[in-house]
Design a protein around this ligand. Structure first.
Ligand code: PAF
Length: 312
């Protein structure tokens, strides 16, 4: 059984895909607007209605009748709190999967859940809350899949979980049944840093300028993105993460190309006056830069601009 914490667009995307693949799931949400029906539109345009099991808390091992896997799909600043609120329902045998933008949460979670196997995951899948044109559908949970890409899962606390004597990679089997392009990664930390670099290059700029990702193709922004990536490369290399400038430049440019029409998540957070994930993107990178005595003026300036907008 998979228990998902967070009924946002990505949590609901996995819920729909897992239910479609006949996996048993439960979703935890603190929202008053959660309903027992999820209306989901697949990338193909096919619409499906699911009856979902949900509550304000995780099911404990007795209630779920097995050791369920916990997939955390809330935003980085909420991850630790969301898990601490459920602590009494989490046993040390349960695998905790963290899937969010930014980096740094796994270290925090490990401090509070030292015996749980922790898996970090990144996904390039995309979805949105969107009402359908179908007048018969009144479910308040209407989610549309808007993009498909690979998902990588990998062990964060490799050494510790070996004591559990289990093959942690098996945890992805239900996810592989649910979606294509789901992989176990032995270098998940590098994959997370790559996503971190992509988010550092795209998110603050699109949020400050309130532009779509595609508008970053403009020359003035590409010059700035190159400077951001130079700073990220320098910090990553100091951390022994082997990212190179040509690889990052190509990857970021491919992501911009593939998501031209999208508003980045930080763009939407600023637009809707929500807190952003900046502390887990630029904030995380700046902390690492400081510990290596590396200067990162552009990352720092963008961090300050987002903080100012957050408090506006
Ligand atoms: O945060 C986001 O919006 C996404 O991770 C990405 C890849 C930047 C695309 O918009």
């Amino acid at each position: 059984m998979i228990q998902i914490i967070g009924a946002g667009a990505i949590g609901c995307l996995w819920l729909a895909k897992l239910l479609q693949a006949k996996q048993t799931c439960h979703i935890v949400s603190r929202s008053a607007f959660i309903s027992s029906k999820l209306h989901f539109t697949h990338l193909t345009g096919e619409e499906q209605q699911f009856t979902i099991s949900h509550s304000h808390r995780l099911l404990n091992t007795k209630e779920s009748e097995q050791n369920s896997t916990i997939l955390v799909c809330v935003k980085a600043p909420q991850v630790l709190n969301a898990l601490l609120m459920q602590k009494e329902y989490i046993s040390s045998q349960q695998v905790i999967i963290l899937m969010h933008n930014g980096y740094g949460c796994a270290e925090e979670v490990k401090q509070h859940f030292p015996n749980n196997p922790i898996v970090c995951a990144t996904t390039a899948n995309a979805s949105l809350f969107k009402k359908t044109d179908n007048p018969k559908i009144e479910s308040p949970l209407c989610v549309t899949e808007t993009g498909h890409g690979p998902s990588f899962f990998g062990a964060f606390n490799t050494v510790d979980f070996k004591s559990h004597n289990t093959d942690l990679s098996k945890v992805i089997l239900p996810f592989q049944k649910a979606m294509q392009d789901v992989y176990w990664s032995e270098d998940i930390i590098e994959k997370c840093w790559l996503k971190l670099a992509i988010n550092a290059a795209i998110n603050p700029l699109t949020a400050i300028k309130q532009i779509q990702n595609g508008q970053l193709q403009d020359e003035q922004y590409m010059a700035l993105i190159n400077k951001i990536l130079e700073e990220v490369t320098c910090i990553a290399n100091a951390e022994k993460i082997l990212l190179t400038m040509p690889f990052l430049q190509k990857t970021v440019s491919d992501v911009i190309q593939a998501t031209t029409e999208n508003f980045s998540s930080m763009n939407r957070d600023i637009f809707y006056k929500r807190p952003t994930e900046i502390d887990y993107i630029n904030g995380y990178l700046l902390n690492k830069a400081k510990s290596h005595k590396i200067k990162a003026p552009i990352l720092s300036d963008l961090y300050a601009q987002i903080k100012a907008l957050e408090h506006h």
